[in-house]
Each structure stands twice: as C-alpha cells, then as structure tokens.
Design a protein around this ligand. Sequence first.
Ligand SMILES: C[C@H](CCC(=O)NCCS(=O)(=O)O)[C@H]1CC[C@H]2[C@@H]3CC[C@@H]4C[C@H](O)CC[C@]4(C)[C@H]3C[C@H](O)[C@]12C
Length: 324
Amino acid sequence: MCTAATYTTKDHYFGRNLDLEFSYNETVTVTPRNYPFQFRKVKALESHYAMIGMAFVVDNYPLYYDATNEKGLSMAGLNFPENADYKQEAEGKDNVTPFEFIPWILGQCATIKEVKELLGRINLININFSEKLPLSPLHWMISDRNESITVESVKEGMKIYDNPVGILTNNPTFDIQIFNLNNYVNITREVPENRFSSAIALDVYSRGMGGIGIPGDLSSSSRFVKAAFTKLNSVSGTSESESISQFFYILGSVNQERGCVRLAEDTYEITIYSSCCNVDKGVYYYKTYENSQITGVDMHNENLDSQSIVSYPLIKEQQIKMQN
Ligand SMILES: C[C@H](CCC(=O)NCCS(=O)(=O)O)[C@H]1CC[C@H]2[C@@H]3CC[C@@H]4C[C@H](O)CC[C@]4(C)[C@H]3C[C@H](O)[C@]12C
C-alpha cells in the first residue's frame, strides 16, 4: 500500500508514503539534464528537464518510484494490483514501459496541460525491466502546482481522471475512490450538532466527535478517506518548516506501523519511507521507518547540466538529539 499527497502553502509540496515489507535499496536520485535517457521503444531523450526523486538505480538507470522535475511537475507510482493492464506495442503510439513512464513525462513536460497532450499518444507496454525486475502493477498521480490527475492503464484502455483531492492510494479504481467520499459527507472538523433525534439529549463528551466515522484501518480505500480529510482540512503556517511538518502529519495520518498488517508468519508491511518534495525549490525531504529526523537533498546543489546521475543512500538509523 502507499499513499501520495499534494499540499500548498506559500510553496507547493508533493510526496508519498511507500508501504512495503522490504526495500530495494532505493536512493534519493538526481538525474541532470544531459543524462541520456534510453527507452526500449521510443527515441532516447538526450537532454531533458532535470529531476529529483526516490529511485532504485539498476545498471545506471534510475527506476523512479516518485519524482519532481525542475519545472515543479511531480509524479508517483503506486501499487494497483489486479487492475493495471499493460498493452502490446501499437503502431503510431509512443510505446513506453511503466518503468520509463516517470522519466518520459517529467523529462518533457512542465504542466498538466502538456502531460495530457503526451498522454494522448502514449501506450503503456508490457516489457519487463529484467527477469529479476518484472513489471509491477501501478497507477500514477501526476501534479503540477495547480492540479493533479490520476492515470490508470486498465483492461478497457487508458483512463485519465482529474484528481481534485490531490490524494492517491491503491485499489480500487480512482472513480470508485472518489465516489466513496460521498459516504462521508457528514464528517466535520466542527463540534457536531445533535441531528440524531431531538427526542433524546446527546452530549458532545469529547473533542473530535465530528470525525467519528472516518475509517482508521489501513486498507487502501480507508487510507484514501483519512488522508483526504486530513489534507483538505489542514491548516499550517507558510514557512518551509511549518509546511513540511504539516505535510508529514498528513502522510502520518495513514502510516503503517509494524505489526498492524501481517503478510506472512514474520512479515509485516511498514511505511518504509515518507517523502515531501518542495516542488518550487527542488528540495526532496524524507523520513524512514527508523529515522524520524527529516533529511533533505537539494537538486540545485548538484550540477544539473551534467550527464551523470547522483544518488544519496537513505540515512536509516534513528537520529536522537540528547539534551544533557
Ligand atoms: C511496491 C511499490 C508500491 C508500494 C505498494 O503499494 N506496496 C504494497 C504491496 S501490496 O499491494 O500490499 O502487496 C512500488 C512503487 C514503485 C515501484 C517500483 C517502480 C520502478 C520499478 C518498476 C519496475 O517495473 C519494477 C521494479 C520497480 C523498482 C518498482 C518496484 C515496486 O513495484 C515499487 C517500489
């Protein structure tokens, strides 16, 4: 499971939780403008927008999970089992594999408007990265500073949804996730009134009772509701520190704590990392399951005109600041 989110204060923020039972050794990776991006079927991008994000780098190829380019366009891939359906190569289309999708879009587009143009020609094809790394079933959230869309390649074809909430989790398909919010029309952050019945006196004995009914479990449809409510009601100062703190609280509202979701005898799904990218400044912040300190990588501290990718291994140990 995973959750992706956007948030706006003075600047714009994009990030995600990666929830999984293991990790691939992902790194915060900057791809500069002149790194030649090879693709299996379409022409290489010899020069393109620079990007920063979380990637598993294999044979000098960054397999991005989520990233932001220098224009502030961002994109994240999230699990979409049973629903994702990739196609055969088709003539007259841009045939791009799912593991090339993030570089293909972020390399060339600055806005959602431009993304929609490219998506009109794209065909997500069924080619594995390697035998060891077969395709994974994903769907994507793509966001610029003003809007977000959700992209799903399913049996019936490519679906592009406007995403007015700026949240994405996993199954079911996005139309159902959005429809499901109707069931929570009654939820409020205000002190609730007794609308149950005037025949009985009901007491608001605790703060937060307007939220009773928001799901607290870790299923993907429940996380969608919880994260949407938290994000849409978020209030924070506009400084960098206040913005990213609030952002990590939004993601934290749907954290997976070890022990709560068991996959096998000794295997539990956890939030491996949470990220928050300031898309205006190109700074990628993250926390890991064991390291609750925020670590940052600034893409503009790298030479963005170079040809070589730069990767920072995650700092995973807990950082404790002793006060005495
Ligand atoms: C598993 C993750 C989603 C997290 C999630 O939702 N976990 C719940 C699992 S469960 O639903 O609960 O069982 C997703 C998100 C991004 C993915 C990588 C994208 C690049 C690359 C694409 C290649 O084609 C295959 C290897 C590759 C490294 C991918 C591996 C894996 O697929 C990643 C990490």
